[in-house]
Ligand binder design. Structure first.
Ligand code: AMZ
Length: 337
């Protein structure tokens, strides 16, 4: 690795308004264990350790400059990124769809409980479940598995897909699920979301799935004329815990998250945003740090974990809270290494 390419130049740093800059502070370890210690600088700064072998594909993540031109428009928030593994259920199996297409199914495991336990063992702090049959039909289909997973895990579990009434949401929240995710009803009966969020603060999440910026519903078989950002804005101040922002075009493709769409969603309201769709490797997760200060607080990962192109433990080590130090430890955001 040519270290020169990573070294911060104070002169260019001064021109860095609106950009995040990564600088090499040093390297640790030997051989495969070698890690590079980076510092990201932008008004507030933080440090992270990245396993060197994860940086091999330099085309995907340019460590030099990442545009963050819109940061000035919104309040700067502490950077933290929760990595949430996903299990999508279709007929009791763990699957992934390509761009949400029910005709392009890859089955990954026929033992969802074992899969969930394995994510937990690797350090996941939360699990994301989708009942794909439920999302398509509007009826709960995978409840037996959902309940088995919830009972087996000690980490909080959230579920989306087919939650279309208060009774159903209440039932799920009563049987051990930490959060319910409402997609279709958020657009068809927004009042229901508001009431639930009021009754269960911190436990109601809105899932906004977008195709070209417009909200899709009912298993993504229908597209509305509502802008995803307008829908997000409409839940401001309602007590909704988070918005899961899924970009359908990138979902299941491993091609990288849609940072522009995430930036727009994060700026549409003050509700925390969880990114979903497109994450294929650690660089993609690191690229999300550029929108973290705007309020993107978590990322859902699915296929990349099953494929092995992202290692959950490594990702948690690279970007977990213990690796992130808030700017307050470096108040002027300057490079000290
Ligand atoms: O992949 C799909 N076709 C798909 C999917 N993953 N369709 C819906 N969903 C997920 C959404 C959200 O979490 O991302 O189901 C939930 C929304 O379901 P509903 O039934 O509330 O619209």
């Amino acid at each position: 690795m040519k270290q020169a390419a990573w070294t911060a130049q104070p002169a260019s740093l001064e021109q860095s308004g609106g950009y995040r800059h990564f600088a090499v502070l040093g390297q640790r370890g030997r051989g495969a264990e070698r890690q590079v210690e980076l510092q990201a600088v932008l008004q507030r700064s933080f440090r992270l350790l990245v396993p060197l072998r994860e940086l091999k594909d330099r085309r995907l993540w340019q460590p030099g400059w990442q545009p963050l031109a819109t940061l000035q428009d919104g309040p700067s928030r502490a950077a933290a990124m929760e990595i949430i593994p996903a299990i999508d259920l279709l007929d009791g199996q763990c699957v992934r769809l390509h761009q949400g297409n029910y005709d392009q199914v890859t089955q990954f495991s026929d033992d969802p409980v074992a899969q969930a336990l394995s994510w937990q063992e690797q350090g996941a702090q939360r699990l994301h479940l989708v009942d794909l049959d439920g999302a398509r039909s509007g009826e709960p289909v995978n409840d037996r598995v959902v309940k088995a997973i919830t009972a087996a895990l000690r980490i909080p579990v959230q579920l989306g897909g087919g939650v279309r009434s208060s009774e159903r949401a209440e039932e799920l929240l009563a049987c051990g699920l930490d959060r319910v995710i409402l997609g279709t009803v958020a657009i068809e009966q927004p009042e229901l979301v508001r009431q639930l969020a009021k009754r269960h603060p911190g436990r109601v999440v809105v899932g906004i799935d977008a195709k070209d910026g417009l909200v899709a519903t009912r298993g993504w078989l229908e597209t509305s004329s509502v802008q995803a950002t307008d829908l997000a804005r409409s839940f401001e101040g309602t007590g909704v815990a988070a918005i899961i922002s899924t970009d359908i075009a990138t979902d299941g493709t491993l091609s990288g998250p849609n940072l522009e769409a995430l930036r727009a969603m994060a700026q549409a309201s003050s509700i925390p945003v969880i990114a979903s769709g497109g994450v294929g490797n650690l660089e993609h997760i690191l690229s999300l740090l550029s929108v973290a200060p705007l309020g993107v607080e978590g990322v859902i990962v699915g296929r990349a974990l099953y494929d092995g192109s992202l290692d959950l433990k490594e990702a948690l080590e690279a970007i977990g809270p213990e690796r992130l130090q808030d700017a307050l430890t470096s108040p002027n955001g300057s490079i000290t290494g």
